[in-house]
Write a protein that binds this ligand. Structure first.
Ligand code: URA
Length: 256
């Protein structure tokens, strides 16, 4: 056996792939992307540039289509259907499921997360993995839960490959859907968890500075907070998250 492909070589290769963020196999047969095609087409380079340009040219269409689809939805089910038939976002092609929302539509508290991860993609529900369990514990700490009084969604309804941050174009395409989602869910208060939700709602990032200060998102009072996944990695930030949860609780009780 080739020494690079013995047990240790294979294990190192696998480890390397895990470190790159590859966490599932999507084909039965490996594809060698370094292999030169037998007869590479001469015009390969211009064709790639042309594709990129075509993609850029499509962005205004994609935004227009998103606006029309979102505005045409008169209730949350129609909005879910509009997203399901929206074909301009590339992330949709790599996702297993549309992850639309969970919890109680019409609840006074709406949480807007970033994008589905592996478990969410598999189940078609937001915040069901480790970060979701953390979010449930945070909500429980202020006496709330998604079965009774919280509505939860994400900016991106499709899982980005390797859980990468969604591209600005993808976020832009989702803004009209998010705006309509907030209008139709009509919460009293919105929590924006993490940078991607702040980027979508406020057009800015920097959660460490933004968190804890009330702002407005799509016409509703909104509080940016640390993402529960961040809290899982940084226990010290839980203190700030606790203060923010108390702020939300007080706002909902009408005492802040
Ligand atoms: N992180 C998010 O922002 N949303 C999810 O649904 C899961 C993890």
């Amino acid at each position: 056996m080739d020494s690079a492909l013995d047990f240790h070589g294979l294990r190192a290769l696998l480890q390397w792939q895990v470190e790159l963020g590859i966490d599932e196999a999507i084909g039965d047969v490996p594809v060698n992307r370094y292999e030169t095609p037998a007869a590479a087409p001469k015009a390969a380079a211009p064709a790639v540039a042309g594709t990129a340009q075509a993609h850029l040219a499509e962005v205004p269409d994609a935004l227009d289509a998103a606006r029309r689809a979102a505005e045409g939805a008169n209730d949350l089910e129609a909005l879910r259907a509009a997203l399901a038939s929206y074909e301009h976002c590339e992330l949709k092609r790599g996702a297993r499921n549309l992850v639309f929302a969970d919890g109680v539509p019409g609840a006074r508290l709406m949480i807007i997360g970033e994008a589905p991860g592996r478990e969410e993609d598999r189940e078609g529900r937001p915040f069901v993995g480790r970060a979701g369990q953390m979010l449930d514990r945070m909500l429980a700490a202020i006496g709330m839960n998604r079965k009774e009084n919280v509505y939860i969604t994400n900016v991106m309804p499709w899982r980005p490959p390797q859980n990468a941050d969604p591209a600005p174009n993808d976020i832009a395409m989702m803004r009209p859907f998010m705006q309509r989602h907030v209008e139709l869910a009509a919460p009293d208060v919105v929590i924006l968890v993490g940078n991607i939700s702040c980027q979508a709602a406020l057009d800015t990032r920097g959660i460490t500075k933004l968190r804890g200060t009330w702002t407005e998102a799509w016409g509703k009072p909104a509080l940016p907070m640390f993402h529960p996944a961040y809290l899982l990695r940084n226990s010290a930030a839980k203190r700030a998250a606790w203060a923010d949860l108390l702020e939300v609780q007080a706002r909902l009780k009408g005492t802040a």
